[in-house]
Ligand binder design. Sequence first.
Ligand code: CA2
Length: 146
Amino acid sequence: MRILLLNGPNLQLLGMREPGIYGTGTLQELEGRCRKVAGELGVELQCRQSNWEGELVDWIGAIPGNFDGLLLNAAAYTHTSVAIRDAVAGVRVPTVELHLSNIFGRDEFRHRSYLAGVAWAVVAGMGFQGYELALRALVAHLRGEE
Ligand code: CA2
């Protein structure tokens, strides 16, 4: 089983700024924690980050035949991108929309997600732990273990 983890714009800055909102861990540490969980579960995990909306759309579009599930923190594009929503809807693989912070406790413009309606599940506000939980839940779902 193969899972794709995509992190969107500015998440390469994790651990370098805004520790009060996003914590002190780096993107490399976050990916490492997810790789460890993937190893425990016996699944293959590919981790990518991009600041470019079109690159994220291309990666999502290339999922069919290559990945079974998607973990997606589209960051600010969550609140703006019809293109990413259409890409997720088009590939029809179970997708978890991820956020480190609780987007509903922040600025009003973060309360709207273009992705939630096409995602299988949404996880927000649990920091790095949310990624690990989402990976476990997505794999269980794909294995029909619910
Ligand atoms: O909580 C999340 O994971 C977000 O997707 C993060 C986005 C934000 O626009 C969403 O509303 C919620 C921002 C990612 C920027 O990450 C940074 C990390 C460290 C320092 C500065 C930015």
